[in-house]
Design a protein around this ligand. Sequence first.
Ligand SMILES: Nc1ncnc2c1ncn2[C@@H]1O[C@H](COP(=O)(O)OP(=O)(O)OP(=O)(O)O)[C@@H](O)[C@H]1O
Length: 364
Amino acid sequence: MLLEQLSISHCRVIEKAELKLSPRVNLICGDNGSGKSSILEAVAILSRGRSFRTSRITDVIRQNEEAILIRADSHDGENHFRIGIEKSKTTTRIRVNQQDINTQAALSRYLPITIIDPNSIELLTGSPSIRRSYVDWIAFYLFPEFHSIWQNYQRILKQRNLCLRVPKFISALPVWTDELIKAQLQIISYRERSLELLNPQLAIFADQLLEGHSIKLKLTSGFAQAMDLSVESQRAFYLERQETDIKSARTLSGAHRADLQVLFNDQIAQHSASRGQLKLIAIAMLLAQSRSIDPDDKRKGIIAIDDLAAELDGDNKVRLLSTLRGLNQQLLLTTTQSELIPLHDEDCMFHVKHGKVVLNDSSV
Ligand SMILES: Nc1ncnc2c1ncn2[C@@H]1O[C@H](COP(=O)(O)OP(=O)(O)OP(=O)(O)O)[C@@H](O)[C@H]1O
C-alpha cells in the first residue's frame, strides 16, 4: 500500500497541509514543536482511528476548531482508493471511495502502518496488552476473518464476566465458559500462525540491527500454570478456579491474559538487554511486524518513524538507516536533522515550520 497524497486539516499546530508523497523515503524536517510528529499522528488516526501519542482526540484537534479531517489517495499496486476520516469530540465519519463506512477496522484494512517512536520500547517494558495488540495486528492483516473472531471473543468474555458478577446469571456460567474455551482456541491458533511468520523476519532484522544477537518471541497462553489446552483440561481448570473468578468478578485466565515473551540470546530481554539494546529490539520487532504481513511481497505496509535519530548512537543510526533503505517500503521519517539521511532521486524532503509544510524542491 502506498500513500500518494495526504491532506491534513486542524491537526494540532497544523491548520492545513497537503503532501504529495514519494513511494520511498519521505523525510519530514523541522525544529522542535514545528509540527512534524503531528503529520505522523494524522496518518495514525487515518489508519487506526487514534494517535500514537494520546488516546484523546481532543488533544489532537487544533485549538478552537471542531474537528480534525484527514484524507489520502492511496493505491495497493492495482487499485486506487480515496480514504478519509473526520473526527470531532463526539463523532467520527469515515469514507472510502465516496462511500460512508461504519467501522474503523474497515478503514484500517486499507492502510497497514507501523509506527516507531521513542515510546516503542514499551513493547518490551509495558503491559502485556501492548504485546498482545502487536501480534493481533499481524493476525488482523493476514487473516481477514480474525477481526470478527476477536470481537466474538470479547463479547463472550463480557458475558462470562457478567455471570461472575451478577448472582442471578450464575446458572449460565458453564455455557459461557464453554463458548470462551472454543473462541480462545481459535485466537491462540491465529496468534501462533502469526508468530510462525514473524519469527523468521525477526531473525533477519536482529542480524542486521543487533550484530548477530538473537531475538525470539514465544506466546504464553494466559493461564497461570503450564497446562494442556484441550477443551476438557480447560473446563476442569475454569471449574477449579470458579470461586476465585467470582471473588474477582472477572475471568482471570485466558487468551485476554496472554503475553509474548521476548527472548534476547535465549534470556528474557527485559532482564538481560541494555536500554539501547531494548530500543533496537523494539525497532526490529516493529520492522518484522510490517514485513510479516507481506509474505508474497504484494501488500507492503508503510513505516513511519518519529524522531529517527533520538537516542540511537552513531553506528546504530547508520545500521538502521541502511536497513530501512533495503526495505523497499514507503517510509515517513521525522527528524530535526535534515542532513540525517542522504536522499535518492525518488525521495522527498518536507520542511515544517509553525505547522506549515513545504516540499524542499531540491529533493525531487
Ligand atoms: N490541540 C492543539 N492545537 C494547536 N496547537 C497544538 C495543539 N496541541 C499541540 N499543539 C502545538 O503543536 C505543536 C506540536 O507539534 P509536534 O509535536 O508535531 O512537533 P514536532 O515538530 O514533532 O516537535 P519535536 O521535534 O519537539 O518532537 C507544538 O508546538 C504544540 O504546542
